[in-house]
Write a protein that binds this ligand. Sequence first.
Ligand code: SF4
Length: 436
Amino acid sequence: MTKNRRAAFYTLGCKVNQHETEALSALFKERGYDIVDFAEAADVYVINTCTVTHLADRKSRQLIRRCLKTNPDASVVVTGCYAQIASAEVAKIPGVSLVTGTTEREHLVDWLEKMEKDEKPLTKIRDLKEVRAFEEIEAGRIIERARPYLKVQDGCEQYCTYCIIPFVRGPLRSRPLESAVREAQKLIEAGFKEIILTGIHLGAYGRDLGEGFGLERLIQELLELAGDVRWRLSSLEPVEVTPKLLGLMKKHGNFCPHLHLPLQSGHDEILRAMNRPYTTGDYREIAAMVREAVPDVCITTDIMVGFPGETDRHFESYLEFVDEIAFGDLHVFKFSPRQGTPAARFPGQVPPQVKEKRSRQLIRLGDRLAYRYASNYVGRRLEVLAETRIKEDLWEGHSSNYLVVRFESAEIRRGQIIPVEVTAVEGKVCYGKVIR
Ligand code: SF4
């Protein structure tokens, strides 16, 4: 038992990585480590890496060097997607003690202690082709966030041509239903009022578990759990929105009316080149089906500009299509060629200044649409989760339909859901007063 050893964690990348770091720090805590801030001196540093872009890789390497400056005698553990795809490169960085990938990290503390006993660096990377089981690590109660993630799915087999994730996350793996429900119950007992279901390809949940184990079944089971909690989906591929799922969202007030449906491109030629499994026509129908079933729903999206071969004509269609769908908000990304993906070798790479110009234009449109969506709620009541105290009695949080709302209150505590009447909108932020 290594009492009072200190461990510090740093996360790069997505919601799934953030959840996994929380779970890894819970693992260390269970084994008697004190969890300290990454800037502090620690005996062990754990860096959960991302490899979505080369920039993410470089950031991971910089962090490794930084923590060795803070404590040259520390053990440095590098895990996550960059470690999975470039383990040899990572292991070569002086001072790196343990390299593990994106699987089987329930053994991470054992591997660390074995490495320290043998005083020999260790690499533990599993060939993803062999991986079948879902990695069972739970975050438990030591979650900083007011809205915890519940990871229920891993892996992706869609192979969008710009994406490296299937190569670092492997085949589809779903968390067994009872295990997902068990952790959900713990989060509800811990007092969390909103839980976000997440995964690498959430909509593919259950495909590997057999007939009748789809995402709808999981959501149905979670919605039936006792406790005053609301459920949000982190992101869904557009084609994975089903009438059954919308039926659940319509019927259950605690199933947040918010769907993040990545569009990625607003032109069919580019969607085909991206290997996205839908056309703009399909997307338009899906959005209409969603709004038909859940009128107050907020649809948000991701869209990428500067994909190889994208012309001004394509981009004009993006602007028209995004405006037509009238998203509640959108995240704009600039295509970045990722070695190891087909799109990195595609002809017609778009110059950086053109990507920059297009992304600004799309962000401006997104801001206008977000303002328009938020303005629909002036004079209306929203159930807001108090997440951040901006200053004094000024709080900020998300409504169930994913609006950012600020309100004044001296009596509440973080994590509570507060009824707020919206009185004004500035930019993408609603301002309101607490309904007593
Ligand atoms: S669906 Fe496409 S973009 Fe999403 S993780 Fe899979 S390959 Fe990547």
